[in-house]
Design a protein around this ligand. Structure first.
Ligand code: AMP
Ligand code: ZN
Length: 461
């Protein structure tokens, strides 16, 4: 199967040609850990998890790096607000550790594999300083008033990734003109820290990094000077990724930082931009209180990753019903190979919408083994394991809501009772098994008043 990926750098879908076919290398910009991740943040996590799984299916070795941004002025502000009584550095540590633990738990519940490496910015300050020193030595950066700035006009390729004109970029940059900048577009690599602010010693004084330099440092350390795939949300193309490219290519002298640049489209909720003031802002955690992670994952994959996605209650309900149907079909099945048509759809620029169409056809034709293999490939492995073993597993159980659909259980219990009354014991036993597969235990008895058979039920755990 030939993998084709849309490359933001060339604005075309291209055959994917790894630098080293024995070892594919991918970097994705991760979270800034100062607050709960929202359902929009879940999109790159799920999308690039599916790509990671597909790459592992196609290639012998894949290194996937997703960083943790644990130095940022938003983190500092949060720390000062939440723990005013603590020294700032201690408060920052509390904020970033708690937020990171929360993020890891959230994305695990969405079925995302841990990346190969999850480097933290604060553990790569030495690499950042090294890159900044190289940029100064090569004439691409300059120190001024405790800051170090990237000299944008020194880089003839600046703006090529985002395809922005000089005028557009300058218009955007004028907002933050500072006296120490030679050009309005120049961006910060290093800035001074006050006594209370977090800071590290550097050749330019005690300070902290600008936002963009960390990704150049962490991708260099863990993937090398140039690697295969770089991903993130579409909002990161400019300025973040443009600046990463400028830093890395100018520091190391390669024409490219990454060969393929991939960006997911934005998520909105019920047709509107998600925002706290509109009351349509959902953290992953809140949604996991009401829905199994698999429902959220499936809902995310129904839309092709480059399209905008409209997140709705209705879509989650539909996903839940679909998963219920698949689970019943896979009861007792052996997990098969993912069918070729399914892998082909995914290999066409991660066309999960088309892959799900293939998957529905598998379900319709009763190919439970193929269905299970296909679902496992895109990260429903716990769900498949639970369904095929006939047990309701952790991966499927939501945190608080029941792991079964109550109305479905009620219906099956009623059908079974009717079968019992009709003395159709084969059907009655079949329904008992089906309910057991949902984790439901039955208790048969007689209504003491009328003598009629009755059945009560409870969840097994
Ligand atoms: P941030 O923590 O804001 O840097 O975002 C982390 C990741 O989530 C980045 O890759 C963003 O592009 C992505 N992201 C943020 N908001 C959304 C959204 N509404 N839809 C899709 N992706 C988003
Ligand atoms: Zn980045």
């Amino acid at each position: 199967v030939a993998l084709r990926l849309y490359n933001t750098a060339t604005r075309t879908k291209e055959d994917f040609v790894p630098i080293d076919p024995a070892h594919v290398r991918m970097y994705v910009c991760g979270p800034t850990v100062y607050d709960f991740a929202h359902i929009g943040n879940a999109r790159p996590v799920i999308v690039f998890d599916v790509l990671y799984r597909l790459l592992r299916h196609l290639y012998p070795r894949v290194t996937y790096v997703r960083n943790i941004t644990d130095v940022d002025d938003k983190i500092n502000a949060r720390a000062a607000r939440d723990f005013p009584e603590l020294p700032l550095n201690e408060a920052i540590r509390r904020v970033t550790e708690a937020t990171n633990a929360q993020f890891q738990a959230d994305v695990a519940a969405l079925g995302a594999l841990p990346p190969t490496v999850q480097p933290r910015a604060t553990e790569h300050i030495a690499e950042m300083i090294e890159i900044i020193a190289r940029l100064i030595a090569r004439g691409h950066a300059y120190a001024a008033e405790g800051h170090v700035l990237f000299d944008v006009p020194s880089d003839a390729d600046y703006g090529k990734l985002a395809r922005r004109s000089l005028d557009e970029m300058q218009a955007g940059a004028r907002v933050e003109v500072a006296p120490y900048k030679r050009d309005a577009m120049d961006f910060v690599l290093w800035k001074p820290s006050t006594e209370e602010e977090p800071g590290w010693d550097s050749p330019w004084g005690r300070g902290r990094p600008g936002w963009h330099i960390e990704c150049s440092a962490m991708s260099w350390r863990h993937l090398g000077e140039t690697f295969d795939i770089h991903g993130g949300g579409i909002d990161l193309v400019f300025p973040h990724h443009e600046n990463e490219v400028a830093q890395t290519t100018c520091a190391f002298g390669h024409p490219r930082m990454a060969n393929v640049w991939m960006h997911n489209g934005f998520l909105q909720v019920e047709g509107e931009k998600m925002s706290k003031s509109l009351g349509n802002f959902y953290t992953i955690r809140e949604l996991l209180d009401d829905w199994p992670g698999d429902v959220l994952r499936l809902t995310m994959l129904k839309t092709h990753y480059r399209q905008p996605i409209d997140w709705t209650q209705r879509a989650m309900e539909e996903s839940r019903a679909e998963l219920d149907g698949w689970r019943r079909l896979m009861h007792g099945t052996v997990v098969g190979e993912p069918p070729a048509a399914f892998v082909e759809a995914l290999s066409d620029d991660l066309n999960t919408a088309q892959a799900l169409t293939v998957l529905r056809a598998l379900a319709k034709s009763g190919d439970a083994a193929g269905l299970a293999g296909a679902l496992a490939l895109i990260g429903f492995d716990d769900f498949v394991a639970g369904a095929s073993a006939g047990a309701v597993q952790n991966g499927w159980m939501p945190q608080q809501a029941p792991g079964y659909d109550t109305s479905l259980v009620e219906r099956l219990v009623a059908e079974r009772l009717a079968a019992r009354k009709a003395r159709n014991f084969a059907e009655s036993d079949r329904l008992r098994d089906e309910l057991a597969a949902l984790g439901i235990q039955l208790k048969d008895g007689k209504d003491p008043a009328t003598g009629e058979p009755v059945t009560t039920w409870e969840a097994m755990r």
